[in-house]
Write a protein of this length. Structure first.
Length: 303
């Protein structure tokens, strides 16, 4: 199946590589032509230098996957594409857009006869090797037509992806997924802080987390990544105790309030990130290390 990937950052680039390796024809586009050329040199693909050229290089019905920052950038690209595409073409937003924006954009594109599919995408910088978790929202016909793409990107054709429901359902599911992630990360970070504070045992936190990876009820991929970070630098001396958030945790809490659903763990984990920005500690360093391990998120260096 032909598809264009617009945005070749760490996730978009690795998704393109996985699709090319899986036998799909991929048109590569990024503001930096070098990003597409690097992928082309290693895996093949067809590099476009503009959105207009993307439309020219794809056969109808076209499929264009956006891996762009949520907000204004995604909005502007969508509006430009609307003037270039034809009825029956499909745009996929695989970024972390707010589901309310997604529903509005679905209606906006539908007026032009275009399909709009939202895909909450998880897997970070490890997705090329392990596959991506894909939470898909949108009209069934448009989603079904893209089945081979989802099967290639997922960990297995029948695992790790699903059609969650109508427009917005994919991004909404990913939003809550990220809220849960905040809570899990906070629990690990606080536990590590407690262990580190127990000076009489002089605990090796790298050894502890490595032991926890096998057979325990708290084992997880997040724990694997934490263990990897601690093995490299047990004291996390290279990191500043400053933890950013990219928005999904806030949106999850806002919706919990609207729905009268108590979410104390997710709420407090977000507030802990706020606290880290002026009062950071070892737990905050551990959180920053986890974010960097799974998503390649920028971190502040100490000093």
């Amino acid at each position: 199946m032909d598809i264009a990937m617009c945005g070749l950052g760490r996730m978009g680039g690795n998704m393109s590589r996985r699709l090319l390796k899986g036998g799909h024809r991929v048109v590569l586009y990024d503001n930096s032509p070098a990003a597409g050329e690097a992928i082309q040199k290693e895996f093949g693909g067809d590099v476009a230098t503009s959105l207009k050229q993307i439309a020219e290089k794809l056969k109808a019905p076209r499929h264009i996957w956006l891996m762009l920052p949520a907000g204004e950038i995604t909005e502007n690209v969508l509006k430009e594409l609307m003037g270039l595409l034809s009825p029956g073409d499909t745009v996929i937003d695989g970024g972390n857009s707010n589901y309310k924006d997604t529903q509005r954009r679905h209606a906006m594109l539908k007026e032009k006869g275009l399909n709009f599919v939202d895909v909450g995408t998880s897997g970070g910088i490890w997705g090329f090797a392990n596959g991506y978790g894909l939470m898909v929202g949108g009209d069934k016909e448009a989603v079904d037509r893209m089945r081979s793409i989802f099967e290639t990107l997922a960990p297995a054709p029948d695992k790790g992806w699903g059609h969650m429901g109508p427009s917005g359902a994919g991004h909404y599911t990913k939003m809550v997924h990220n809220g849960i992630e905040y809570g899990m990360m906070q629990a690990y970070a606080e536990g590590l802080e407690i262990l580190r504070a127990k000076k009489e045992f002089n605990l090796d936190l790298a050894q502890v987390t490595e032991a926890w990876q096998h057979g325990t009820v708290i084992r997880s991929w997040l724990l694997d990544l934490t263990a990897a970070a601690l093995k490299e630098d047990p004291e996390l001396t290279d990191l500043a105790p400053y933890v950013s958030d990219s928005g999904e945790g806030r949106w999850t809490i806002f919706d919990a309030i609207d729905l009268d659903v108590p979410a104390p763990v997710i709420t407090m984990s977000l507030f802990a990130r706020f606290y880290s920005r002026s009062n950071g500690d070892y737990a905050a360093k551990a959180l920053a290390a986890m974010r960097n391990q799974f998503g390649g998120h920028a971190v502040k260096k100490s000093g």
